[in-house]
Design a protein around this ligand. Structure first.
Ligand code: PLP
Length: 454
């Protein structure tokens, strides 16, 4: 089941004000005098000036998340390697680079972006099951910290390419700890049946063989990542406890220096979990409450601190997910015998999470309606696919054609997964810092759509 939905929903009793706890205690999207703001900017003014669909990110929220995570691990030698694939806008990367983040990349293109943004390749780890020769050469030449390899075949190939260049490739193998992350099946990665990593039981032998045979590899660490959007602490604990004996042995035998425990920290997508149900979840056992970063640190730090290893973290969604929204305009209201559809100008090509893995996004009018009444509607995009919806049969406050709404929590796996499907230009992206809003990616034009075509 989708971790986002395992907790109770009380949407019909939601207050219209956005709780300061939603989407996270430090997120800077709040209603002020009936208008939704991002930091000190009224989102309606951005929608009017730059048009929709429009992604808007809060720099302050991104930094708060990054700093909270950094602080939660403060007691131990650690490094936060932001998972670039969650949101790879150059300005987002630059913001994190300036505050000392490393980066976890999954392609040569992401390494290119990190370098453009002023990030240091020596603080980059390179993940992914299908690295190409060109990508390996590029990363070797730039001097990345570690190739996180996913199979023996890949390790041997890395050795071969490094040999041809007369270089030594720093590497870590990704262990698959066979732990159930209890998240959506498309974003679970740490079970034996997933395509990721090397079986737990095969790791020691692989390191033995590699250290004897692969002269152009330096075994620098061990990596794991069990899945994304984990909303409970127990899979993290289970995986860490299972791998501790292994990583201890690898340190003794092969002198490895780091252990990356991956990303995957889940965020709160549903306001009902933060506000409407706050009394409800504060009375729940700690295990059943939404995971906080402080709890993550409290549980993991004592288990990790005496290993004598540098601990790497690869958070993506946690850093940026609740730091972004997608603004869209309602174009039409269409009533059928069974349903009311609100047709908006954003589609699944702009934000695919609901269609791809049943992702939930709160939908908030930019201007608070007069009435507190709620109406059961489907909010759908203009794309010719039945999967093109943002919610179905959800009780929402009133909004009409011409009004703008925000799809909340769209900062991670939003723009980066956008496509030109249906020949729709990609939306613009804005970064807000206090009272300043900067266009950090221009909206594509119709000419951009055919660029490079014959
Ligand atoms: C996607 C990914 C991450 C980031 O996952 P989040 O759920 O966004 O934190 C970290 N490490 C690896 C190897 C990944 O593939």
């Amino acid at each position: 089941m989708n971790g986002e939905r395992t907790l109770m929903s009380k949407s019909s009793s939601l207050p219209l004000v956005i709780s300061p706890l939603f989407p996270s205690p430090d997120a800077r999207f709040l209603l002020q005098n009936g208008s939704l703001f991002c930091e000190d900017i009224d989102l309606s003014t951005l929608a009017a000036e730059y048009g929709t669909p429009l992604y808007v990110y809060s720099a302050g929220t991104i930094l708060d998340h990054y700093k909270r995570l950094d602080a939660a691990l403060g007691e131990i030698d650690h490094e936060v390697a932001y998972a670039v694939k969650a949101n790879s806008n150059l300005s987002v990367l630059r913001l994190l680079a300036t505050h000392g983040a490393g980066f976890d990349i999954v392609s040569g293109g992401e390494l290119f972006r990190v370098i453009k943004a002023g990030g240091d390749p020596a603080h980059c780890t390179f993940a992914g099951v299908g690295k190409t020769r060109d990508e390996i050469i590029y990363a070797l030449e730039k001097g990345i910290y570690s190739f996180n390899v996913e199979s023996e075949e890949e390790l041997r190939y890395l050795n071969e390419v490094a040999g041809e260049l007369g270089m030594i490739a720093p590497a870590a193998v990704r262990v698959n700890p066979n732990v159930d992350a209890k998240t959506h099946k498309y974003i679970s990665t740490g079970k034996s049946e997933n395509k990721f990593g090397v079986d737990f039981g095969a790791i020691l032998d692989l390191y033995e063989r590699a250290s004897k045979e692969l002269k152009n590899i330096k075994l620098r660490g061990l990596q794991m990542h069990i899945g994304s959007q984990l909303t409970s602490i127990s899979p993290f604990i289970e995986a860490v406890e299972k791998v501790i004996p292994l990583v201890t042995e690898l340190k003794q035998r092969h002198g490895i220096e780091f252990w990356s425990i991956g990303g995957g920290i889940g965020i709160v997508y549903q306001e009902s979990l933060a506000s409407g149900a706050i009394d409800w979840w504060q009375n729940q056992p700690e295990d059943e409450r939404p995971l906080t970063i402080e709890r993550y640190g409290k549980e993991l730090v004592p288990r990790l601190k005496d290993l004598g290893l540098k601990i790497l973290l690869e958070p993506g969604r946690y850093v940026v997910g609740n730091a972004g929204v997608l603004l869209t305009k309602c174009l039409y209201e269409k009533k059928s015998s069974a349903k009311t559809f609100k047709i908006v100008d954003a589609g699944m090509n702009d934000l695919i999470r609901p269609a791809l893995y049943e992702g939930h996004h709160e939908i908030v009018p930019l201007v608070e309606p007069k009435s507190r009444e709620r109406f059961k509607v489907d909010v759908v995009g203009p794309i010719c696919e039945s999967g093109d919806f943002f919610c179905q049969d959800r009780e929402l406050p009133d909004f009409q054609p011409g009004d703008h709404v925000a799809l909340m929590s769209a900062g991670a796996y939003g723009f980066v997964m956008a496509s030109n499907y249906n020949s729709r230009p990609l939306p613009a992206e804005i970064l807000v810092e206090g009272a300043t809003a900067t266009v950090v990616r221009k909206r594509q034009t119709l000419e951009d759509l055919v660029e490079g075509e014959l």
